[in-house]
Ligand binder design. Structure first.
Ligand SMILES: [Fe+2]
Ligand SMILES: [Fe+2]
Length: 154
């Protein structure tokens, strides 16, 4: 799944590789926010969560603008409807977690944290395990590089 299509030395990631890395980095930021709050370091928790939330909002937007339309055009059926529903649920949890942090409410935060981790695990598995490998196989190298550049915001 993580094998590069380019020969060694060529620049470029597959769509799957890019998304796996971005998902992992965001998971780590969310984990930092939770650990900081558990350690009662509200300032550090808020900083980590603000970074996580900003990255996640950009990530969702980039997928909806650049990735999902391509998936819909290049595949059968309607593969992205469920993914869009997941994105709306992620946004609701981001608002929940932000409000809990504003009140320094660890219990409420942890409830939202557990829901979001479960939701992202399922959602990311769909993107990483099925849809993006399919897309990687369908795109030309040039199309793939262009898409990864757009997802990066370049
Ligand atoms: Fe997504
Ligand atoms: Fe994603």
């Amino acid at each position: 799944m993580r094998a590069k299509k380019d020969p060694v030395g060529c620049v470029g990631e597959t769509v799957s590789e890019y998304l796996i890395r971005d998902h992992e980095e965001m998971d780590a930021l969310l984990g930092d926010a939770k650990s900081a709050l558990e350690e009662r370091d509200l300032t550090r928790a808020q900083r980590a969560f603000a970074e996580f939330r900003g990255r996640m909002e950009r990530h969702l937007r980039a997928e909806e603008e650049h990735l999902f339309p391509l998936l819909d055009r290049r595949s059968y059926g309607d593969p992205t409807t469920g993914l869009l529903d997941d994105h709306r649920s992620v946004q609701a949890e981001l608002a929940w977690l932000g409000a809990a942090l504003d009140r320094d409410d660890l219990t409420v935060f942890l409830g939202g944290y557990r829901r979001l981790v479960r939701l992202l695990a399922t959602h990311n598995r769909k993107e990483e395990g099925m849809l993006c490998p399919m897309l990687d196989a369908l795109l030309t190298d040039e199309e793939r590089r262009e898409l990864v550049g757009r997802l990066r915001g370049g």
